[in-house]
Design a binder for this molecule. Sequence first.
Ligand SMILES: NC(=O)c1ccc[n+]([C@@H]2O[C@H](COP(=O)([O-])OP(=O)(O)OC[C@H]3O[C@@H](n4cnc5c(N)ncnc54)[C@H](O)[C@@H]3O)[C@@H](O)[C@H]2O)c1
Length: 397
Amino acid sequence: MMDTDKRINFGIVGLGTAGSALVQPVLKNKNFRMAGAADLDEQTLARFKADFPEASVFTSAEAIAEAQGIDALFISTPTQFHTGHVLAAIANGKHVVTEKPIATNLEDADLMIEAADKAQVTLMVGHSFGYETPIKAMREVVKNGELGPLRMMHNWYFTDWMYRPRNPEELDTTLGGGVTFRQGSHQFDIIRLLGGGLVRSVRAMTAKFDNSRPAEGAHTVFLEFEDGAAATAVYNGYDRFRSAELGYNVGEGGLPFNLDKYGSARSALRNAGPDNELELKKNVRYGGTSSRNWSNIPDSHPFYGLTIVSCENGDIRQSPDGLLIYSEEEKKEIVIPKGISGRDHILTELKAAMVDNIPPLHDGRWGKANLEVCLAALESSNKRKEIYLNHQKMVQD
Ligand SMILES: NC(=O)c1ccc[n+]([C@@H]2O[C@H](COP(=O)([O-])OP(=O)(O)OC[C@H]3O[C@@H](n4cnc5c(N)ncnc54)[C@H](O)[C@@H]3O)[C@@H](O)[C@H]2O)c1
C-alpha cells in the first residue's frame, strides 16, 4: 500500500488518441503527478516534454517500466502490445491501468491477471464508457430498485469510426481492430455495469460493408444475463446515419455534434488519399495539429450513442444534463453535476486501490470478462450460433 500523503507519480505509455486523453485528468487531480511518458515517436515526446519539463520521457515502454520514481503506468499503446507492456510494468512493481480491450485473447488476459496478483499490484482496465458519470448514475437508479426489476438494456451507436484516420492494426481483427473489439468493448462495459455483470450468452452478427477497410464495421449483438435480463448492442461505424440525431446532437465527449457536415469523415479520407492516412492519424497524437483539447468542460454530459434501460416499472435514458426517468406516473429529469469525466473516475478508482486498498471494479478480471464478450460476439457471428460465457464478473457496488 502507498503512503496516503504522497502524490502518485503517474506515467503514460503511448501518447496517441487514448494516452493524450488522460493528460488533463492527471493534471487536475491533486493525488497524482505527471511524472513521465513513453512513445516511439520522438516528435510527440518532444511536444509532451515541452509542456512538462519536469517529467521524464522515454522512447520505449520497457524503459519507462524500469524507471525509478514512477508508481503507476497507463498503457495506451495499440492493443496487440498491451500484454508485453503490462507485464513489463508489473515486473518492475508498477501499478497499471491498461486501455481496453485488455488484450486480443483470454490467455494473455490471464497472464496479466496472474502477474498482478503475484506482484500484489493493481491492474485495471479502462477507459470505457462504463466509467462515465451518466452511466454510473443509471446503474444507481437500477440498483436502488425504485423502478422494479431490470429487464432490458440497449446501446445503439451510429458513428464514423471506420473512416477516421486509422493505423493498419485498427482495421485488422487479429490485432484487436474493428468495431467489435474497439467499440463493442465500450458498449459491453456499459451493458455489463447496468446489468450487474453476469452475461450468460451472446448471439451476434458482425458485418463488413467496405472491402477497403477490412475489419468489422458494424454489429448487432444480443446479450442474455444470468437473471434473464436482455440487452442489445448495435454499432455502425460507416458514417451515414449518425445516432447523435436521436441524442440531442451531443457527441461522445459531451460537445455539440455538427450534423450539417454530412459524411465528413469519409470525404476527408477520400480527399487526403490512402497514402496520407498514417500522417492524419499521427496528427491526433499528443500536441498534434488534430489533437483534441481536453481542458474545456463540455456543456453536456457525454453520450455514447443511445442508451435505454427498461425496468418493470419504468425506463431510463440520458438527457444533456443528466437522466430522464419515465416512471408509472411521471417523466422526470435527474440533473447530474458536470465536470467529472470517466477518466477522472479511473484515477479515483486507481488511487483508492493503491492507497486505501479498495479493490477496483474494473480490475483485470473485469477486463477479461469484457474481452470474453467481444470474442463471443465475433465467434457467434462466425459460427452463426449462441455462445455461452464462463468468465463473467459480478458488479460489487
Ligand atoms: N478509451 C477510449 O476512448 C479509447 C480511444 C482510443 C483508443 N483506445 C485504446 O487505446 C489503445 C491505443 O489506441 P490509440 O487510438 O490511442 O492509438 P494511437 O496509434 O493513436 O496511439 C498509440 C501510441 O502508442 C505509441 N507506441 C506504439 N508502440 C509503442 C511502444 N512499443 N512503446 C511506446 N509507445 C508506443 C505510438 O507511437 C502512438 O503514439 C488501443 O488499445 C485502443 O483500443 C481507447
